[in-house]
Design a protein around this ligand. Sequence first.
Ligand code: ADP
Length: 582
Amino acid sequence: MKKETLKGSISNFKKAWFFARKQKKLLIGYSILSLSLCLISAITPMLDAKGLLYLTAGKWDPLLMIAILVFVVEVTRNTCRFFAQRCSQIFFRETLLQIQYEMAIQILRLETEEIDHHSSGTFVDRLTKDTSDIANIFTQLNYSITDILSNIGVMAAIFIINKWIFLYFLIGLIILYFMNRIKMKRYFALDKELRKINERNTGLTTELIRGIRDIKVLNAGLTFLNKVREKLSASNQERYKMSGIMRKYQWITGSFQDILTFLFIILGIYLVSIQNLTIANFVILYMYQSRVYNLLSYMTQFLEYYKNFNVSAGRVFQVLDDDFFKKESFGKTHIGKINGDFEFKNVTFSYSNGKPILKNLSFSVSANETVAFVGKSGAGKSTIFSLLTKLYPVKRGKILIDGHDINTLDKDSIRDNISIITQNPYIFNFSIRENLKIVKEDVTDEEMIEACKTACLHDFIMTLENGYDTVVGEGGLTLSGGERQRLAIARALLKKTEIILFDEATSALDNKTQNSIRKAIRNMQGEYTILMIAHRLSTVIDSDRIIVIDEGKVVDEGSHEYLLHHSNLYRDLYEQELEEAQ
Ligand code: ADP
């Protein structure tokens, strides 16, 4: 084994042990039980052989004794197996839970950019499949090692019985081992590729389910199915190649073992004929024969688990460690409740594709002010909100919240003080109550009802059969766009953050609901710092100030009246809207 690979494996084992060590007692129990199992298994061929000899010689009394012994041994073996399995299953369950929980924590810490660039399958497969290989490794290796040890015991017994037969088995084993290594090398190269393909497939199938409504109405089922078929066929092809290797290998090694058995009998007959071996020992060796090949299959299993573990561990620890997938980083300064003023100072920003989106952008907002952002689509308005919530970190220029550089603030100081209501808020497949509890676990019914009343949602909830306990489907499927937005507004109101961002939040609402929301916003004006992005300028006329953004820069700012007279862009946008309304 290469030094680098060995170093990597040791590091993987250490990291995996971190999650398993709490269950160490179970592992010790399992080790003792599986070692006992192996010892018991090692004596059964001897009993079988003796029994066979007594049977052929017609010695009934000792045969009965052997039968009783075999019975006791088998009952003990079964009981040991029962408890060993119990230990290993609890060990697996607890270890898996700990790794998966940590994975979920680290996935939540991923930088938004990493999520933008990877399919959901990248993380789903690692969280659900690869973690099992890690949780399994300790019991599996333990099992293989105890089996290998006991079968080495069998080899020692063979050595004592007859050195020629031992030598014969040893040579056979070495040849089988090298045949096996070739198979493993090819198998694992394909396995690595297969996992990558599977990640993409999981991403695609997730999209198939999530986008099912659009696929149906676009009548794009066939095109999508062709895509699914193409991807699935690639992974099936890879899987077929892998099983092909196994099939071929099994055929070759199976045939080789048949030859070995045949030659063993010839050799045995010869050794008996020259009185180098007694018939009794020949029968015992014959019984042991399958154990010798088991030794090889345990060694193969050992290597398989070990390699599988390394591939899975590599993929899981890429997510858990901080250097492969970038994680969000926050400062250390904690501020409890903020006043709510903030400033963008010469902020220049581009997403990972490098295209400049915000260019030297500067503006400031005072606490409790209501400010609207207007501009053409793609001007960079939503990006401003993403930077203010630190969904993307700012590297050039500064964002100051209550005078603190956003990069020095800890996560809670930012995210507990700012809420955002987007055009398409994500509503979880929980009940309405649980969706609200996400932001405040100890929310009372009164608080919940108050927030929903302000968000003009309470009356609607009351029409539902299960009221606040109605489950809303994945992504809030069973709610209309307007209801989803109002639920998101209620969620934000419950958080009682000082800064509230509305990103086109009223765009999907009918006029009546829009008016109620506008009323709700007006009720909040003066108490909270409110930022709004709206397509319809009529919705932002009431703001204290309107900032006009164009190509990532502030081009004008002022009241509606002021901008109508002084900003060409604003006037154009306004006139365009009037035209559309006619
Ligand atoms: P607005 O809200 O003014 O319509 P946005 O801030 O949403 O504009 O987008 C500004 C530009 O940034 C657009 O050209 C958009 O394509 C691009 N953009 C938005 N989000 C991303 C992203 N996650 N990765 C790369 N480009 C993005």
